[in-house]
Each structure stands twice: as C-alpha cells, then as structure tokens.
Design a protein around this ligand. Sequence first.
Ligand code: GCW
Length: 685
Amino acid sequence: MGSVNCHTALHNNMALVYGDLMKICEYDCWFQAWGTQHIPASLVAMLENVTIEEQGEIMGWTGAELRRGLRRGFGISQKAGPKETRVGTIGHLNTALNLALPPQKPEGFVIQVTDDRIIIAGQDPQGALYGAYRLLALLRLGGISPGTRIAEAPAGSHRIINHWDNLDGTVERGYAGNSLFYKDNRIDFDPQRIEDYARLLASVGINRISINNANVRKAAKKLITETYLPDVAKLAAIFRPFGIRLLLSINFASPYLLGEVSTADPLDPAVQDWWKARSEVIYRYIPDLAGFVVKADSEFEPGPFQYGRTHAQGANMLAAALKPHGGEVIWRCFVYNCTQDWRDPSIDRAKAAYDHFMPLDGGFDQNVLLQIKFGPYDFQVREPVSPLFGRLSKTRHIMELQITQEYTGQQIDLCYLPWIWEDIMNFDTAYRPASTIRELLGPSIEGLAGVSNVGLDQNWTGHTLAQANLYGYGRLGWDPNLSAQKIAEEWSLLTFGESDAAQTVTKLLMKSYPVYEGYNAPFGVCFMVNPGSHYGPNPEGYEFSKWGTYHRADRQSIGVDRGPTGTGYTEHYSPQKAGLFRDPSRCPEELILFFHRLRYDYRMKNNETLIQNIYNAHFEGYEAVEAMRNDWMGLKGKLDETVYTSVLSRLEQQLENAREWRDVINTYFWRKTGIPDAKGRLVYG
Ligand code: GCW
C-alpha cells in the first residue's frame, strides 16, 4: 500500500516467509504479502482469470481491488485461461451463467467454487465488493476449495466509523498521531493514504464514515460552507468506490454561528429554511452524503434545549432538510448534566440518556437514528448495557462503541476490545424471547458506530496490536455471532501468518481485557482516572467534580445504590434484568459497585471480602502484565524486529502503568479503610 517504504520492498518479491519469521509491514495491517504457498494450484488458475461483466463505479472497483489483492497479497497476476473467476451481481450472474443463486439481504454475497470456476456474486455491487474482500481473506485463512459455498450478509445496515478529528489536525482522544484529513485548519490529506484507509475499512464491511469531531468547535462549523465543501467532495470521491459514504458532524447553532440567522431555534421558519438551503448546497458537492452527526445539548455543545425545544423537534428539523436528498440525521444520546453538584445525591448521570430519550420514543422522523453509547456512562472499562436498547421500540437507533482506547489504555496498554464487545453482544435485554444485543443487531439496533482509533502514525493505530480493535469492530458489526477468540485468531493469522507470533498474539489479545480491568477499575467502580486526560490512576479525580461521576468511597463503604431505594436506575431495565441488578447476591460481580453501595467487608462469591478482592485484582493485574510482557519477549528472533521492538516498548510502558495503578488504588483504599491486605503485600502505607 501507499507511499510507504516497507511496502515497496515487500511487494517486489514474494519470498517473504523464511523459516517461521514473517516480514510484517505494519502499514499493511491485515493485507500482508502472504505468498501463494497456501493456495492450491487449481485455485490459482481460476484466480488468474478474473472477469467483471457489469459496469458501475463500485463494480469496476471491485474488479480492481480483487486483482490488486491477488497480485500484492499472493503474487497472482492475470492471464487468459480455461478456468476463471466471475464477479457480478446475483441477478446478472444467474442469467448470464444460468445459475440459481438465492437472493441475499442488501450488501450480502455468495461465493461459490466449482472445479473450474469461482463465482463472487453480490446482491448488489457493494455485496460483490465485500465478497471479493472475503475471498481474499479466506484464501489466506483457509476454507476455499472446490465445493465451497459461502453466503453472508451484514447484520446491521449502518456500519459507521466516527472520527473525532479537528480541523487543526489534532484528534480528540486520538492516540495514533494527527488527523488523516486535516492540517492547520485546512483539509489536507494524502490521497493514497486515504485510499489505503478506505480499503482497510471496506474490507471489514464499514459503509459510512463521519470525518469530523462531534464537538464541532472553531473552524469545524465551516466545513459545511463552500470554503471547505470542494475538498470534502474530494475526500468523498476517494471513499465512494469503496461503498463508504461520508457523514458530517454539524454544529446545531450553525445558522447564527455562521452569522446568517439570529437564532438556531428549530421551530423558527428562518432556521428551517437556512438548513434546507444549506443542505442543497452540501448535496451539490456530495450527492450521496449519508447525513449529519449531531452532538446537541451535550458537554457545552449547543442544542434545542437552549430554545425550550425537545430533541425530537431539533432532530426532525434537520431531518426535514436532509430528506429530499436521502440523508439521515444521526442524533447522539450523550445528553446529561455536566455541571451538576456532587453534594446532591439525587442526580444520577447514568439515568440521563434514558430520561431524556425514552419519553420521546416515537417522536422522531423516519430519517433520524439515535446513536446511543453502549453503556449509560461513557465507555468505561465496565458498564452495564444502556437500558435504552431493547426498550426503544418506535425509534430507529444504533449503538456507539469506542475503538479508540480513551479509558482502556490509550493505545499504550494492550486492551483487546472485541472481548468486551462480545460481552455486550451477549447482554440479554430480556424484553422478548430473542432479545440479546446480538439478536437485536439488525432487526432493531440498525448498526454500530465506532469512534476511530487511527491517525497518521505509520502503523495507523499507535500500538500495532490495536489494529485488531479496528479489524474486530468491523467484523463484529458485520457478524455479531463471531466470538472475540475467532476474530483474534483471524486477525493474528492475517497479520502475522502461521507462526508462533500469531498464536502468542491471539493469547495475549484474549487475556488483555480482563487484565486491564483488574489493575484499572474492577467491579464496575468507573472513573478513577485523571480528569481531562483520562489516563493514569486518580481515585478521587472525579469525586467532587461537576461531571457527575462518583463512587462516594468513605472509610466503610463504596459504590452507588442504583436500586429503588437509591437512584432508581435499575428500574429502567426489564423486570427480569432489574431484579437481577437490584440484588447484590445475583448482580454480576463485575458490575457490583456500579449498582450497589457495599461495605468493604461484604463477602464476594469467592468468600473473600470486597476490599480483599479489590487488592487482589490490582496485584494480580500487575503480575499478569508482567507475564504478558514475558510472553512477548519469547518472540524475540521469531518476529519482525520493528514490530517486536515497538510492541515491547509499549508492554514495558504498560507494566509501569499497571504498577502505578496497583499502588495508587490499593494504597488509597488501605489508607481510607485501615484494612490491610490479607496477604501482606501492601507496603506503601
Ligand atoms: O468521553 C467523552 C470524551 C469526549 C467526547 C465525548 C463524546 C467528542 O471524553 O472527548 O467528545 O465523550 O462522546 O461526545
């Protein structure tokens, strides 16, 4: 890919696997130069002769991508021959080749292999593109041979990446360098890099991307003006053949911020007309824009509350402007009081999204989708799934995940997020017989939005192993039945080849989340971080702040009673779920301090006290990081040196962090409670 050195060196020869040492190009992510050695000669002959019969931008691109992937990934060039690969839509191929391939859901595909032909048939051109990428991956992962027949379609229709990139080139909560899109308040990008990025995203099924921060500050509000739109259109043109449509984050106050109307009141006809006219201009430049992302009345961003209007009134006003163009409003539900008083125990931030949006269920127009963070707080290491899922029944909605590791180690600490996402998928809302998040994704939750973890760093994600989070996000949004283990195996094999490295990496990935949670903030306590940066331990960093994130530890107890006698948050769930959460003996222990206020001598299931469990988690977490670091060191000489060293340096840093977390948190509790560690490990009194 791209203008990147290791790539050119790699792709000029195919002898890349020597012994079990594979040369990795970090930049290429899961598109390494794999070589033909895994592919039977009979398949090679078919792959050498790819035909695309249909026209159109995405279909044409599908052919280019397939041929390119075959050449660069496997060294297979094109030539005529009796065997072949045919790519097209199901409808066309059924007629042209007299086949009877069954129709698939939109964006789905069928791959069918016979003795002399591979068929990649998409329900639509986009399905064909996904089929081509799937074939390329499966050629490496195994599973393609004469007789193979695979049919797939994405679970959700919306598979979105959200960038929190600012026009000055910085990235909010970005840990992989500056923005791919902006520099010095201009749109400024390397087209090859964007194409390579689009390839990574499309190959795992992403079909929409919002290119600017949901906090639309400073220059970003001007993105929807003709100063910027011509360049936005250039970006859109690169993403388009990959089937990826752009979204723009907009500032709700734009009509007056841009100095054209004196208000942003959604019920004011001048405001409505302004958005209609603005949308017309925007769509002249980007006719397939997917719509707007809106963070309104949230963390100081303006919104309809300023005018005494509801969020439905605000969202519907924008929806009306986008409707003639086929655009949608993605309206974020991250609405809560961020200037609250810690002295007032009646306000519970966790209740906010539900309290704001549940009463509006049914009040939103058809082209509005609510974007709801997976949990009621804010991407903490462990939160219950938001009670809005399963409960909203008349409003379109999607789930927001965070791929960037804001609270999960900032791409210094290894933290494999599909592990927790699998847990989220397993969550049973218990409203109907089939009501896990996994089952709702598609029929009720229309997709996922994930906050991007990429930047200009050469390896895209800062920590090379954090590429697994981007890959896993796409794969899970496509197929929520995939396990974290399976995704880790796929990614490790695609990235490292069949090697000790791939096996070790899979094990490390799978361990990493519970390990991180252990030394960070176990038992659902949340937010023991430094304010602002959200990195590093600070047990009372948010305890007396306005953000509303408290654990209220005193010398006897810790946690928040969120049951009916407390804040009442549990009652937002279905009766079965509420019953479970209300009762400390049945509440999942990983969330026990989220739901309950408990004495430190509370007996946990392992018959040790709560405080002893807190101590243990931090001590054991540190030890586990040490073991992870040592496992990695076992790969010395077995793995590309650049990757080995860069990951090792991060694991060393992680060990330092884990030590800090362990000692700060445990010492805090020891001093506060006076209760010693039963195993005598506490020394920093
Ligand atoms: O977690 C918070 C982050 C903010 C972010 C906000 C949001 C874009 O700390 O940086 O702002 O969430 O999701 O809107």
